[in-house]
Ligand binder design. Structure first.
Ligand code: NOJ
Ligand code: CA
Length: 708
């Protein structure tokens, strides 16, 4: 936590004239963004950023303080180095086949000119779409090892921007977003509660990143996050509602230390994506550009995929269970699993899994996720035992060998589930055995989970120790050629560029909440501006039966979506790993709509954001990486809207035939979610302009195939 004194200091210093004359300046390649860097009267480094001369970040302090040394004040500028880079790289998967990495760099070295004075370089990179900077602490005489207590980094805003935000919470990001002027954020977040009992670490004047903002006049969009979070604590932002200020707030450990670092050390990049229209925020690749190139040499085994799973049936109130027995009801603390009596409702049984495999094989779906296959679910997160799950012990009714053969014969991959109940320590102990067990049984993907309070017990989901854990798992998985989809892990920061086997994460409120009160339609119009800037989300779209009463007359809950919107999510929430989350029997009820899920790719060669407004709507077009087909999808919030699609992105001289999956005229996310229409348009080309109606809480999806 940021010490109180430090807070006072930053309030006072915000009133002093900082960086009156910039010592150094730099601009983005197109010249629109201007950065200024200086030291203030206390010798504290500071910076400011403008777009077309308008302030984005007013003069803001830099630096970090450690237990052994303080890298905040007493500095002068010793050296300034500039560089320019313009290159491209090819992601293994993603929204684009090629990404341009074009920036001007300013590396400013600050020194304390005294005996035992410290040295620190702040490296700034200015792209056309924003700024990244990080602290680089070289190996040096005065200190070589540092317990980082606090980061002084500020982002002082020029106005009372609108925030799309959730409260600071060291353990979860599974919240809905509040939309509020910065000055009112305390009341906007007043109703939020911490979600992890042992770590009620939730501060209503702290917000999480990626933080999306919009200027009061609507002319500027800003996203603040971080890139390449490695060996460091995640950053949240303290809000100064009087001065429109934001300042870094690092997740501490039980000793109040954010990170233990050995010098030389580079912090993660602090990122400010800025644009004068919302589409450019969505298109920005800045966070990936600030991550290291791919470190996996042979990536041929990393395969984007769609999957179904033994999953949703546990959420819909039909009493299907992850657990094999009901033993926990009688007596918690199981030691002997061989004595369990089956409850008859265990979903991950061999016959049921075969049903999903058959369905996947029949429909060209690559994978089948199976949750609840292994011992430990009877009392899983309840008692926080030092050993809960075993990752090589299937329940007796899950025949892993038989299923391996069955899936292989049908060309389907089973996706392993490793729910750790947040016992990361024990997961690390079992990791090699667990991965070897996967390899031995033909698995090449794992969904991990960290539900509950972390073990080691003093740690948080976003603390340095856990940040290191998730990356360790992803790297180790790569050694075994395993792809990872982590749930309840720290919010991503673009590391999937470096480790593309880390194909997706949850790390936000996903589709599962449609069974627990629902995700209001605006949620999925905000996530692409926030959570998705760090990497793909395993959101689990594809819900066709939205009412829980369909399964159980007594239930009243429902998902807050139309059916057509669920198709649109495959385009507006891009991921190389996309679930078709509903039950096979529901897809069989709507085979014509399911056709879209069968067709839609999960890897793209190009993407064009056509219309967007955070909290309101998104329309995007994408080109399949493996064909000339284009797809267009759009979603709205709870209000109906008409998307205006300008097809000028299509290549000239080619006509396309479009299949359009749209909300019916009478569709509504609450009252009539399953009203949809499927129509074809015989000729669409780069001159076409099309109006497409979207129902309240709805969406549309199109497939465009070039005509022969
Ligand atoms: C929470 C995950 O997000 C969900 O997908 C999973 O089914 C449960 N935990 C159980 O692991
Ligand atoms: Ca979750």
């Amino acid at each position: 936590m940021r010490p109180f004194l430090c807070k006072i200091f930053s309030v006072i210093s915000a009133m002093l004239p900082l960086c009156a004359v910039a010592a150094d300046t730099a601009s983005s390649p197109n010249g629109r963004l201007q950065l200024s860097v200086d030291v203030n009267d206390n010798g504290q480094p500071c910076y400011g950023l403008t777009l077309d001369g308008n302030p984005v970040i007013k003069n803001s302090l830099l630096g970090l303080s450690g237990r052994e040394a303080d890298f905040t004040t007493g500095f002068t500028v010793r050296n300034v180095a500039t560089a320019t880079h313009d290159g491209t790289w090819e992601p293994v998967w993603g929204e684009y086949a090629t990404v341009r990495d074009h920036y001007n760099e300013l590396a400013v070295t600050f020194v304390q000119e005294r005996e035992n004075g410290l040295t620190m370089t702040v490296r700034f990179r200015l792209f056309d779409d924003g700024l990244g900077f990080r602290y680089e602490l070289p190996e040096q005489e005065p200190v070589n090892y540092l317990a980082v207590m606090d980061e002084a980094t500020e982002f002082n805003l020029a106005a009372d921007n609108t925030l799309y935000c959730m409260p600071g919470d060291y353990d979860t990001d599974e919240y809905l977003y509040a939309t509020s002027p910065l000055s009112q954020v305390a009341s906007a977040l007043a109703g939020y509660r911490g979600r992890h009992s042992e770590s009620q670490a939730i501060d209503k004047l702290t917000v999480q990143t990626p933080l999306m903002m919009k200027s009061p006049d609507g002319g500027m969009y800003i996203n603040i996050h971080e890139a390449a979070l490695v060996d460091y604590a995640a950053m949240s932002l303290d809000v100064d509602t009087l001065n429109y200020g934001l300042s870094a707030h690092l997740t501490p450990d039980v000793n109040g230390v954010a990170a233990y670092v050995q010098l030389p050390f580079n912090t993660p990049w602090r990122t400010v994506i800025v644009a004068d229209n919302a589409c450019d925020i969505l298109a920005s690749q800045l966070i990936y550009n600030l991550n290291e190139p791919c470190k996996i040499e042979d990536t041929s085994w990393i395969k984007p995929q769609k999957f179904v799973g033994v999953w949703w049936e546990m959420f819909i109130g039909t009493q299907r269970t992850w657990a094999y027995s009901d033993y926990y009801k009688a007596k918690p603390g199981i030691t002997d699993y061989s004595k369990l009596t089956p409850n008859g409702r265990h979903a991950a049984n061999t016959e049921n899994v075969k049903r999903y495999i058959d369905f996947a094989a029949e429909n060209g779906i690559d994978g089948v996720l199976v949750e609840g296959w292994n011992e430990g679910w009877e009392d899983w997160a309840s008692f926080r035992k030092n050993r809960q799950f075993l990752f090589d012990k299937p329940y007796p009714d899950f025949d892993i060998d038989e299923l391996q053969q069955y899936a292989a014969d049908r060309g389907v991959k089973i996706i392993m589930h490793h729910e750790t109940a947040a016992n990361a320590a024990d997961y690390e102990r079992q990791l090699d055995r667990a991965f070897q067990y996967m390899v031995d049984h033909g698995y090449n993907s794992v969904k991990t989970g960290y539900v509950g309070g972390i073990i080691p017990r003093s740690e948080h989901h976003s603390s340095q120790w856990m940040v290191n854990h998730y990356l360790h798992v992803a790297k180790r998985a790569a050694d075994y050629r395993i792809m990872v989809d982590s749930h309840e892990a720290v919010r991503p920061t673009g590391l999937c560029r470096t480790y593309p086997n880390w194909v997706a994460q949850e790390s936000a409120r996903g589709g599962e909440f449609e069974s627990m009160g629902g995700n209001p339609p605006e949620h999925t119009t905000i996530l692409p501006f926030t959570r998705l800037k760090g990497g793909p989300m395993d959101y689990t779209p594809g819900l066709f039966e939205t009412r829980l009463s369909y399964y159980n007359e007594g239930k009243t809950g429902q998902a807050l979506t139309t059916l057509a919107r669920q198709l649109a999510l495959y385009l507006t929430m891009p991921s190389p790993l996309q679930m078709a989350c509903d039950l096979p029997e529901n897809y069989k009820r709507f085979p014509d709509a399911f056709q879209f899920i069968k067709d839609v790719p999960v890897d793209w060669s190009d993407s064009r954001y056509l219309e967007a407004e955070p909290g309101d709507y998104i329309t995007v077009a994408r080109r399949d990486k493996h064909s000339q087909d284009w797809y267009v999808g759009g979603v709205t919030d709870e209000n109906a809207r008409t998307a205006e699609i300008d097809f000028s992105f299509l290549p000239k001289g080619v006509d396309y035939e479009a299949t359009i999956y749209a909300d019916g005229k009478d569709a509504h996310y609450k009252d009539n979610p399953q009203s949809y229409s499927i129509t074809t348009k015989k000729k669409i080309n780069h001159k076409t302009r099309l109006k497409q109606y979207i129902a309240p809480g709805g969406g549309f999806a199109m497939r465009l195939v070039p005509k022969k």
